[in-house]
Design a binder for this molecule. Structure first.
Ligand SMILES: [Zn+2]
Length: 152
């Protein structure tokens, strides 16, 4: 509406900022535009400053906020050395170690699920080997029965 001219058009700066000089960061953002953050003592904002103090502050803030990447120590070398997927006992041992490590935060859930997938594959191979061995034994027993050496 024409009668509302000049109201709420956002052009006027708040009175408190009038006459106040805000020094902008002199850096260029990744998008190629000048950074609009307020500059610190060295002429750059906290994100673009390379002063040791600013870097330390950013590092401390990241650590406090938990935004720094988690440090995963992985499985202990002795545990890795003992990994044996050839039987169900060894497979269970790996799953147990992975579960404990996941609970302690020393491995990620991605690593834990990859480990459980590998154990599943190993278990399938072992099960396949057992089926083959059982089939071979059945054939031998049947042959002995046919030859009359063993009574069914
Ligand atoms: Zn900046």
């Amino acid at each position: 509406m024409a009668s509302a001219t000049g109201v709420g058009n956002g052009a006027a700066a708040p009175a408190s900022r009038v006459g106040k000089v805000i020094i902008r960061c002199g850096a260029v953002t990744k998008a190629g535009r000048p950074c609009t953050n307020a500059a610190g003592p060295d002429g750059h904002c906290i994100a673009h400053s390379r002063s040791p103090q600013a870097l330390a502050t950013v590092q401390a803030a990241r650590a406090a906020g938990g935004r720094a990447p988690r440090v995963r120590i992985g499985l202990a070398p002795a545990v890795v050395e003992a990994v044996d997927l050839r039987d169900s006992e060894g497979q269970l041992a790996v799953l147990t170690a992975a579960t404990k490590a996941l609970a302690q935060g020393s491995i990620s859930s991605t690593v834990a699920s990859a480990m459980s997938q590998l154990v599943k594959v190993a278990a399938r191979i072992v099960a396949g080997d057992q089926e083959r061995a059982i089939a071979e034994l059945q054939q031998r027993v049947e042959a002995l029965v046919i030859e009359g050496k063993v009574r069914p």
